[in-house]
Design a protein around this ligand. Structure first.
Ligand SMILES: Nc1ncnc2c1ncn2[C@@H]1O[C@H](COP(=O)(O)OP(=O)(O)OP(=O)(O)O)[C@@H](O)[C@H]1O
Ligand SMILES: [Mg+2]
Length: 265
């Protein structure tokens, strides 16, 4: 059997001259990047600079103010009707709020996109959902309710749900937010595994330095002041060679020790 879908230079998605904002408020402009098949591509930037907004524009929730989003030979900006649906169906998404539906079992949550977008018989949908749960090592939890799961398990189940329709690309907004460092490292290992062994392509928003070095093939760093990309490349390259001092500083920052609180009376 040949190795599936290893990394290649072929872009899965190419963003050109994208201008992102709401109403007359511009957050980002002239954003250009492309994501290669099989890579883990990380988006960084300070809080509020527009990382989630960029993702939401790329996945078609909002219409960009300008620019193009190429997926194969189709430009999502301007695509309508079936062409648009065909593109959007190939995106798997885990939002920053990322929640599973609390009233559905884990398996039903993962099955949901199949219920919505396919007319497969129930048996097939359950089998596919169970396969996705296996991919994230959660097959034993299918009948549990989300509230019964730990935070890390909920994230894994949400990733399984994002994979339900066999997307060409997965977008994860801050997957390790709220997780302890060990659980977060487990999630990083899962992402790396899905990418390197199964050929999934990821676009991930995170600012956890450890995660970035653990999973990222390439990163872009966004900046609110310049409303654009201030660094692009491998994390090690940016840490050691970025011409921008802010970028170097971000990658070189050490885990800060908690403040020493004096309890002297
Ligand atoms: N639907 C919306 N309509 C209007 N303004 C919005 C909308 N969504 C986000 N914003 C604003 O856009 C700016 C960027 O928000 P966004 O959530 O994209 O930032 P972020 O980089 O993801 O931040 P964080 O790191 O805190 O998640 C914020 O000022 C926010 O209030
Ligand atoms: Mg965000």
């Amino acid at each position: 059997m040949s190795t599936p879908n290893i990394q290649s230079d072929e872009p899965v998605i190419a963003v050109k001259g994208l201008k992102v904002g709401y109403g007359d408020k511009v957050l980002l402009e002239s954003v250009d990047f492309s994501v290669r098949r099989g890579e883990v591509f990380v988006i960084l930037g300070g809080s509020g600079c527009g990382k989630s907004s960029l993702l939401k524009h790329i996945i078609g929730l909002y219409q960009p103010m300008a620019g193009e989003i190429w997926f194969g030979t189709s430009n999502l900006v301007g695509a309508r009707g079936d062409e648009r649906l065909q593109i959007l169906r190939q995106f798997g998404v885990m939002y920053q709020s990322g929640a599973l539906f609390g009233s559905l079992t884990v398996l039903e949550n993962v099955r949901l996109p199949l219920d919505e977008f396919t007319e497969l018989p129930m048996q097939s949908k359950e089998l596919i959902a169970l396969t996705k749960l296996k991919m994230v090592a959660m097959e034993a939890a299918g009948n549990k309710m989300p509230a019964e799961l730990s935070g890390g398990m909920q994230k894994r189940a949400a990733i399984a749900r994002a994979m339900a329709l066999d997307p060409r690309i997965l977008f994860l907004d801050e997957p390790s937010a709220g997780l302890d460092p060990i659980t977060s490292a487990g999630l990083d290992a899962l992402i790396k595994d899905l990418s390197k062994n199964l050929g999934f392509t990821f676009v991930i928003v995170t600012h956890e330095l450890q995660s970035i070095f653990a999973v990222a093939d390439r990163v872009i760093m966004l900046d609110a002041n310049t409303k654009g990309i201030i660094g692009t490349g491998k994390p090690e390259e940016l840490r050691d060679h970025s011409p921008n001092p802010w970028v170097r500083q971000f990658f070189n920052r050490q885990a800060e020790a908690p403040p020493q609180v004096s309890l002297a009376v």
